[in-house]
Design a binder for this molecule. Sequence first.
Ligand SMILES: O=CC(=O)O
Length: 426
Amino acid sequence: MAEPTNTPMPPSTPVPASTPRSMSPAPPVQMVIHSLTPNATGTTSNPVWPSSPESSAKIKKHIVLHIGDSVKYNPQTYFEFSQAFEVIRPDILERTRPAFIQALKERRWGDFSAIFRPFWGSGGEMGQWDSELISLLPDSVKVFASAGAGHDWADTKLLGEKGIIYCNSGLAAAEAVADFAVAMVISTFRHLPWCMGAAILPYHNETADQKAFDAASEAFRECHARATRASHNLRGHVLGLIGFGNIGQQIAAKLGHSAFGMRVAYYDVIRKRESVEAELNATFHSDLPSLLKASDCVVLCTPASADGKPLITAETLRCIKPGTRFVNIARGSLVDEDALADALESGMLSAAALDVHADEPRIHPRLVKLARIDGANPGRVMLTCHNAGGTVETHMGFEELSMRNIMAVLQGRDAITPVNLHFLKT
Ligand SMILES: O=CC(=O)O
């Protein structure tokens, strides 16, 4: 049974004036980011994407298959969206894999044109979008727009070969992920896990006697002295970004010359425009070993490899300088975690901060050990629970951007954040 879709609410402020199709290219990144910034009322600001005259036309409506929770943050855009399309939202039972497959086989949702997944935490119940699911999609599907920067749960190549544009929402998460990356980079230079862990170590055991307290509080004094000798300012150090898309560029802007004063270097399969490099004072490296050799802190901010293979391996780690720091806010599958633990144990890497892990929610036991603070171990690894993109603003942006992508494609404009156009069968 389909769940009721949101009751469309009339917009409280006028939607933007219609703009002719020829004047509605995808807006520049900064404009899009700005448009996703919440205003004082907690809704997003007026969209910069022009609404199309077609959106209210009384023509046969495209069907949109909405998987996951209902829209929460963007009632005005949802009003426009639900006026333009017939939105069908399968309930949670229909979204389990066997039920979802059955429904697709029965063509229960008709010839739908778009798949809409506005939330990261729901809508993934049917599991991997692989050949089994994709082969069952009707030929009418033109676009799949989803929450999330990463899309390792969907075979975007296969979707493209079937003529379906996949649009991610990395743009909406970029600010949050970059902010978190800044904290993680600072953590590796200033040994925050050690400083924080040593501060509370004496209080772990509430029944500890005075002797135990005195012994443990030695950790405070020791950290105060030793962490100082191991810590460095960020300024002047080379920030090596693996991946220079929206997230990498925002990290560069936040940590680079005009802010924390780091020297930005990057490696990406596609070299960015000269103007982008100039604005961010970024030096391009045409291969990964060259970037690793040059970096004082390496930050992984690139999508998971299509073949699932890691980029950070024993072999690539041989290129780093002794004492380099490492941050991962991308995907755990990009790192051979045993090789990473080896590099930390040997001191080749002085510190790491890892938000993502190869086998979430489990964390590699050797990395957990390296994160512990005790007498012998200063805790050189910051570990978090895949939190980098997780803010309310990101979720507001996921919804808004996914709806805007679907409106753009179904109304004949360019998708805003497509990731698989190079695979697209035309
Ligand atoms: O990891 C989170 C995302 O891909 O947005």
